[in-house]
Design a protein around this ligand. Structure first.
Ligand code: EPZ
Length: 422
């Protein structure tokens, strides 16, 4: 297993390109199951999560070619069973369930494992697919969905105890594209990645309106066709590098971003004392480290609120921001694994029932720390950038799940990082 050695103290400056969105790519790759025609998807990041999805689709019979960021995928002759061992290793692969059921009338998909950020139920996914007419059974760790007479449109409310579900909205939206009649999804997730999936589906010939709002309407069609699509920029990767620039920058420019998707993240970075400037087109932003800093109170919320996927990274920034910051994660109340490791580096953080109270310290100190999940590992890299000494971050595979060439991008900005074999 690789680990990353970060020599703290380097000042970040220069510019990098932000990759295509991992969380848009995954459901869009799964949506190719809805047609037997070739789909060409551009700017798919080369990260292990997208590689897993491609492996799963290939194992189901898809013909996949990948050259740099472009994936050409043809799901002509597809099995209705997703490979158990692969699916259980990546929770997001649950989003093959909806398109597979719609295309084949049957879908066998492993129950996703939980993960360190919290229990990852799929009750809302199943509520939606059952409403469309699927029969749901469980056997040997698999979910078995059948709809031998096809799917029929329905009115579905997908609100759960923690609000909307992103992949649940994706699954139901994809299944509804081939259902007979009209489907209305109330309490839908409105993330940009859901909008990108809806754009992909409409280009395939689907009839979806309202994506990006809490009410999505899908009029079923008989079949969908192959399409070409370019995935939106990864707003969480962009936010992660914005936090890096605020922590260790001088001045860092990020190209290939989308200002609209970064509003909540930009507001938090600026509220803590730093400056963010976008170009006219809103596709490039420059972050300037500030001179006076302030603690920030953050509550994560479904889009357009502050994203839970940027909670750990902001905690790392606030760990050395003078003042008190209170961070509440309403989406994943247990998502504070990074705090124990940050405390090992000298951070002053107290956790209480889904809330972290952070008292900024002058500087963190290097320590051997362990990544526990994708965004927690990004937070540890950020913290190490200004920590005194060399921080060793083990289990780097967590970060490779969702950040394309993060060490190369940090090196381009002047960070002193080194990937070593464990
Ligand atoms: C997506 O996961 C993202 N993953 C996550 O990003 C992100 O943290 C999450 O949305 C929230 O924004 C991808 O897009 C691949 P949810 P998803 O269903 O769709 C509860 C990353 O770091 N819930 O929106 O699986 C759930 O427990 C990853 O890139 C139910 O109760 O998350 C949570 O509390 C991590 N029942 C809340 O809803 C369900 O059936 C939101 O989860 C489904 C979810």
């Amino acid at each position: 297993m690789d680990k990353l050695i970060v020599h703290g103290g380097a000042t970040l400056r220069g510019s990098i390109n932000i990759s295509g969105s991992k969380n848009a790519s995954l459901p869009i790759l799964a949506a190719s199951l809805l047609t037997a025609e070739p789909c060409i998807i551009r700017r798919v990041p080369d990260v292990s999560d997208t590689n897993y999805m491609i492996q799963i689709l290939s194992a189901m019979g898809a013909d996949v070619e990948r050259s740099s960021g472009t994936v050409r995928i043809t799901c002509a002759d597809i099995s209705d069973v997703a490979p158990y061992e692969l699916v259980r290793r990546m929770r997001a692969s649950i989003c093959v369930m909806g398109p597979l059921l719609a295309r084949k009338g049957r879908a066998v998909v492993s129950l996703p494992g939980g993960c360190v950020i919290g229990d990852r139920p799929v009750d809302l996914h199943l509520r939606g697919l059952e409403a469309l007419g699927a029969k749901v059974e469980f056997e040997g760790g698999n979910i078995i969905l059948t709809a031998r007479d096809g799917l029929r449109g329905a009115e579905i409310d997908l609100c759960g105890t923690h609000g909307p579900t992103v992949l649940g909205t994706d699954n139901v939206m994809m299944a509804a594209t081939l259902a007979e009649g009209i489907t209305v999804i109330e309490s839908a997730a409105a993330e940009p990645e859901v909008i990108d999936l809806a754009d992909f589906l409409n280009a395939m010939g689907a009839k979806i309106t309202g994506a990006g709002t809490r009410r999505i309407v899908i009029e079923g069609v008989r079949e969908l066709r192959g399409v070409e699509h370019t995935v939106i920029p990864d707003r969480i990767e962009a936010g992660t590098f914005m936090a890096a620039a605020a922590l260790a920058g001088d001045e860092v420019k990020l190209r290939r971003v989308c200002r609209e998707h970064l509003k909540a993240i930009t507001a938090a970075i600026e509220q803590s004392g730093h400056r963010v400037e976008f170009n006219e087109a809103g596709n490039t932003c420059t972050v300037f480290r500030g001179e006076t800093f302030h603690g920030v109170d953050l509550v994560t919320a479904p889009y357009p609120g502050y994203p839970t996927d940027m909670q750990a990274q902001m905690t790392a920034l606030l760990a050395t921001t003078p003042g008190i910051s209170v961070i509440k994660d309403t989406i994943f109340p247990q998502r504070f694994m990074h705090c124990a490791e940050l405390k090992r580096m000298g951070a002053d953080i107290k956790i209480d029932h889904g809330t972290a109270v952070v008292r900024g310290v002058a500087q963190l100190s290097a320590a051997p720390v362990m990544a526990s999940d994708l965004r927690a590992s990004a937070a540890l890299v950020l913290a190490a950038l200004t920590a005194k000494g060399d921080t060793e971050i083990s289990r780097l595979y967590h970060i490779d799940r969702g950040y394309e060439h993060i060490d190369e991008k940090l090196l381009m900005l002047g960070a002193e990082v080194e990937r070593v074999k464990d």
